[in-house]
Design a protein around this ligand. Structure first.
Ligand code: 0O2
Length: 211
């Protein structure tokens, strides 16, 4: 074996555990995505409209994982990741109306194999900057050939209006070399209020039409 082959083997051995763990998280994300799609199908049959507009999934990058572990003074080990980080596997569920957010989260949490870990309701109690979304942490089993593993997943549920604000806010805030002033902060809060108003008005309209 030449040096390059040897280096590659050593690298593969070192990263195998991490790659396997990420695969388990990806499987858990798939499980939750399927559950949500099933609920979407059922509700679209019953109410002739889709509560889910779209679902985005993402695995946290190695860089973000290392950053989060180091901020919490935790070692970079597989067990530290599994035990302490709840958002390695993340789903963002973009719903049509605020009511859909709560209906979906309730229906998901009722399922036998979904274990509730934590909920942060930034819709009822928005963050100071105006951010709104419902965050759930759940644990679900994935069934492998020889074992069953329980994996944690973060689910962010929000309306189209909430997602529009959060996506643009994220782009503006994290753009490199951008200066973020207090006035800009206030304007963003104002935009968040407009997005909440939009949700409220659309919801009223929906109820009127449904009558
Ligand atoms: P990424 O790449 O989106 O994952 P914790 O994760 O519990 O240690 P925290 O801050 O208590 O940390 O979690 P929380 O409040 O549940 O929020 C985590 C995620 O929500 C963030 O992930 C964002 O996706 C989203 N989020 C929270 N606050 C804001 C906000 O003010 N604006 C926007 N646009 N998104 C927000 P990450 O880890 O930042 O990154």
């Amino acid at each position: 074996m030449n040096k390059q082959e040897n280096d590659l083997n050593v690298f593969k051995q070192k990263t195998a555990g991490f790659v396997t763990l990420m695969t388990y998280y990806r499987c858990a994300m798939m499980e939750i995505e399927t559950k949500l799609n099933v609920l979407n199908e059922e509700f679209s049959l019953a109410f002739e409209r889709n509560p889910i507009n779209s679902i985005q999934t993402r695995l946290k990058s190695l860089e973000s994982i290392m950053g989060k572990l180091s901020r919490r003074s935790l070692p970079f080990t597989l067990s530290a990741i599994e035990e302490n980080l709840n958002d390695i596997a993340g789903l963002r569920v973009i719903c049509s109306f605020p009511e859909d957010v709560y209906m979906l989260s309730e229906a998901l949490l009722k399922q036998d194999d979904v274990e509730f870990i934590e909920m942060k309701d930034y819709i009822k109690k928005p963050k100071e900057n105006g951010y709104r979304s419902l965050h759930l942490i759940v644990a679900i089993p994935i069934f492998l050939a020889k074992e069953k593993r329980i994996m944690r997943v973060e689910i962010q549920l929000r309306t189209i209006a909430m997602d529009c604000w959060a996506t643009l806010e994220h782009q503006l805030r994290y753009k490199k070399n951008n200066e973020f002033t207090e006035d800009m902060e206030k304007e963003l809060i104002e935009c968040a209020k407009l997005s909440a108003e939009l949700d409220e008005k659309m919801d009223k309209l929906r109820k009127k039409i449904n009558k």
